[in-house]
Design a protein. Sequence first.
Length: 165
Amino acid sequence: MSEADLDHVTAFSCYLFTSDGRLLLTMRGHAKKAWPGIWANSCYGHPAPGESLPEAVSRTLRDELGISSAAELILPTSRQGMRADGELTGELCPVFRVVTDEPPCPDPVEVGDFEWVGWPEFVYAVATGDITVSPWCRPQVAELSALGDDPAEWPVADVEFPTAA
């Protein structure tokens, strides 16, 4: 990954799993400007100016889900992002994973609903169209499922990101 690529990281996705492999699936808040009421991965966000990507992930997990567990970078070069107006982009949108049994306490403005789902069942439902998910979630699920059936065993990436401008 080039330094120029790293400078264009403006979004991230995070998938939160329990130790037994269940995914925290969230529905975007109904008042959200982009994709309200749509099921998506556990959280999605953007770094604030001067904030590093890991700091942004931690802040979003804490503020939107009440989770303080550490996130690990899994897919540093995922290329599916979404602008604030809801338009999909080809920007870098690194994907993180959290494995924790810490119970979530979702912010109802950010999260309209949530449920725990088995990862293999979720992958199948996304692949067959049995569940409608956000446009950025679908390709990420395909990328993540290629890493194996056990999210806790996915390899952690070793990449450092610059601070957001």
